[in-house]
Write a protein that binds this ligand. Structure first.
Ligand code: PMP
Length: 425
């Protein structure tokens, strides 16, 4: 029988337990910002497949483009027989990326693969091995990206040894007592005590940490990091796998930086639910690896490329960047109203439509409350709202709702969040 419970039992018997699950649910179908489980129950989707559905489930433009592509070809391998959609995605990403310099693009499949390749390219260009990443950062589950990731449980537990030449400095986090000055000083400390600057190829950071808890690196930090980078010939890589494709109110979050990064990684919402990732950056850096040095069998799948072009068209035709800012404002206002009644909500923050609340026992900023975050997420699902938690302390509830959700649906979701907090007593 097709119940959630029966399917979960099959899942537990057949699927490795390391593949975690947030909800005891199996989907039947989904549309825009709603989904229905195999028992016919409706949910509002505030998770968006972890930031993959900025244009919603089954966006009509995406589905139309993919269906048209399915009648032509689904795979040739771009390195064997090329196809135009790959080139067009590259051309468009080159135009979308900030920075007054020529750019080139490499397409891949997953976010981790984009990060891996950004580091390969930075090493090829600089001839240096070192990479400096940041505490609380998340960059993926492959061995190298796990090395970059700045959180042990659950990602790194039991999976070492991790690659050499990866160093971690502090990410600024005012709420948890790390100032911009502290963070910049920690970078200098790494360069003094751990690795000489002439051996460092790149700094890599998320403009807003995603899995780490929706913390933003302030502009002064970026300026300071860029000054260090320029002084020592180090490249700056923005990992925009979660922040990109319009989530923060600009196509790339780093458009809001005071300086442009040399390389940007992108994935998730780029192709509206199809697997596609990329590295975009300075042409001379991107061209450092020799022909044959980059690629992959499925990298830049034509089906995913036409989906990405449809996503970009949807952003233009439906004004989704403005919508991203409006969704963020509406969510922040709604969450502030909830926070006024819930002392445990110690912070409400939004960067465009990348919105979160952070929970503390009794509102005491020294006592992060992961259990409450877990319980609210579970209660919300019981009431028909899919939420996600995140954060170094596990005490952040984040919203990554499709930007195409109506105001009425956002308000319905916010009301379910309010009810879920109220039910905690
Ligand atoms: N970088 C960041 C900033 C991410 O948020 C993620 C995924 N959560 C990744 C890299 C890895 O992406 P993927 O899961 O597609 O490999």
């Amino acid at each position: 029988s097709c119940t959630n419970a029966a399917l979960m039992a099959r899942r537990h018997a057949a699927v490795a337990r390391g593949v975690g699950h947030t909800h005891e649910l199996f989907v039947q179908r989904a549309l825009n910002a709603e989904l229905w489980d195999v028992e016919g129950r409706r949910y509002i989707d505030f998770a968006g497949g972890i930031a993959v559905l900025n244009t919603g489930h089954l966006h009509p433009k995406v589905i139309e483009a993919v269906q048209a592509q399915l009648a032509l070809y689904t795979h040739t391998c771009f390195q064997v027989v090329a196809y135009e959609p790959y080139v067009e995605v590259a051309e468009r990403l080159n135009r979308l990326a900030p920075g007054d310099f020529a750019k080139k693009t490499l397409l891949l499949t997953s976010g981790a693969e984009a990060v891996e390749n950004a580091v390969k390219i930075a090493r090829a260009h600089t001839g240096r091995p070192g990479v400096i990443a940041f505490t609380g950062g998340y960059h993926g589950r492959t061995n190298f990206t796990l090395g970059l990731t700045g959180k042990i449980v659950p990602y790194k537990t039991g999976f070492g040894p991790f690659p050499g030449e990866v160093y971690h400095a502090l990410y600024p986090n005012a709420l948890h007592g790390v100032s911009v000055a502290d963070a910049l000083k920690s970078v200098e400390t790494v360069l003094k005590n751990d690795v000489e600057a002439t051996r460092v190829a790149a700094f890599i950071l998320e403009p807003v940490q995603g899995e780490g808890g929706f913390y933003m690196a302030p502009p002064e930090f970026i300026s300071g990091l860029k000054a260090l980078a320029d002084r020592h010939g180090i490249l700056l890589i923005a990992d925009e796998v979660q922040t990109g494709a319009g989530r923060t109110g600009t196509w790339f979050a780093c458009e809001q930086w005071p300086v442009a990064p040399d390389l940007i990684t992108t994935a998730k919402s780029l192709a509206g639910g199809f697997p596609l990732s990329g590295v975009v950056g300075r042409a001379e850096v991107m061209d450092a690896p020799a022909p044959g040095g980059l690629g992959g069998t499925y990298a830049g799948s034509p089906v995913a490329c036409v989906a990405a072009l449809a996503v970009m068209r949807a952003f233009e035709e439906e004004n989704l960047l403005a919508r991203s800012r409006a969704v963020g404002e509406r969510l922040v206002k709604g969450l502030q109203a909830i926070a006024a009644k819930v002392p445990a909500i110690g912070d409400v923050r939004g960067f465009g439509a990348m919105v979160a609340v952070e929970l503390f026992e009794g509102g005491d900023l020294k006592r992060p409350d992961a259990a409450l975050a877990r319980n609210v997420v579970t209660e919300a699902a019981r009431r028909g709202l899919i939420l996600l938690s995140c954060g170094t302390y596990g005490n952040v509830i984040r919203v990554l709702v499709p930007l195409t959700a109506s105001d009425a649906l956002l308000d319905e979701g916010l009301a379910l969040m309010a009810d879920s907090f109220a039910a905690m007593g």
